[in-house]
Design a protein around this ligand. Sequence first.
Ligand code: NAD
Ligand code: WQD
Length: 346
Amino acid sequence: MMKGMERKMKILVTGGAGYIGSHTTIELIKAGYDVVVLDNLDNSNEKVLDVICEVTGTRPTFYKVDLLDYDAVDQCFSENKFDAVIHFAGLKAVGESCRIPIRYYHNNITGTLNLVDIMQKHEVYNIVFSSSATVYGMPKTVPITEDFPLATTNPYGSTKLMLENILTDVFKANDKWSVTLLRYFNPIGAHESGKLGEDPKGIPNNLLPYVAQVAVGKLDFVHVFGNDYDTPDGTGVRDYIHVVDLALGHLKALEHKTNQPGVHIFNLGTGNGYSVLDVIRAFEKACGKTLPYKIEARRPGDIAICYADAKKAKEELGWEATRDITEMCEDAWRWQSNNPNGFCEL
Ligand code: NAD
Ligand code: WQD
């Protein structure tokens, strides 16, 4: 990939101390990129940078900076000549976004507006943006292709859809921009080293970290939100994707879309759907324990079934997920069992 290049491509990873950003930083370093991480550590821990260094032998340059701090972000661009930005930084909890929408809109929208304004000022025109399958709202059918209608059901999702539109307008106004919108399905799993994984603050909102905390004995049982959906076993079906496969999707996006002006949109999913009970069973196998669960009422706002048509990324980026649900659960268990309290223990 780097053949024939005079210098390493320099990538700014916003949110690079977070769950997906840290795994992507590892893969970027392994592939020979020069990586700078910018993160305000609002939902992450500085120890992640030590782990990245342990795993790769390289410590990325780190800016503890908030995207809302225009001058500090501008300073970071003055000190570095970036080829591209991978933009993960954002708040992501759906329920919280309904309680404190202003914070979500301000952080995600204003933060991104600052970033793209500063990028343009420094003539950095390549951005890969973390979007989400949430922009498909309540899809009428599955699998979901990139041209499905877009709609959102909560402030978090609305920030993603608004940012997709904003970045599209930025390209329309200046056709030097290469904007890649990656719509992630449900990222789970952890780095195979067992040293890095998802570390939610407080009680997890998402299924996999909740199941992992039941397995490690921190929570009593899994609350299964509804078994009366129109799905094979009645529980919700999702497209779970290993976080390292997802990380590698970003490298493919950089490889194929850097300096390719346009708006490039890709689903990053496996194309397979697993139910809540499938996930519990796969995790039971990985951890060798029976995991107690209780069937409860549906969670408001949930959809029955959601999985990607992942063909476009395969055809245009040469990317496809290769890690299956067994590997996702095994890796998540290795991380959770080695670090029951996440990064607080390190
Ligand atoms: P994460 O919370 O682990 O990582 C996000 C990082 O961004 C955190 O380290 C946080 O401290 C940082 N951050 C937030 N606001 C910032 C700001 N104003 N300035 C600087 N840093 C800031 O989340 P993640 O799961 O790694 O998600 C990464 C991105 O992918 C997010 O944009 C998220 O919305 C998106 N996404 C996540 C999922 C998922 O299920 N995890 C699914 C689809 C899309
Ligand atoms: C998965 C399935 C639940 C928890 C969310 C966001 C989405 C994206 C990914 C960022 C559903 C069921 C869950 C539990 C359960 N994030 N469940 N018990 O809701 O598909 O997607 O994360 O962009 O925007 O909405 O993921 O892991 O919360 O739920 O039964 O304790 O597990 O009902 O069927 P979801 P999830």
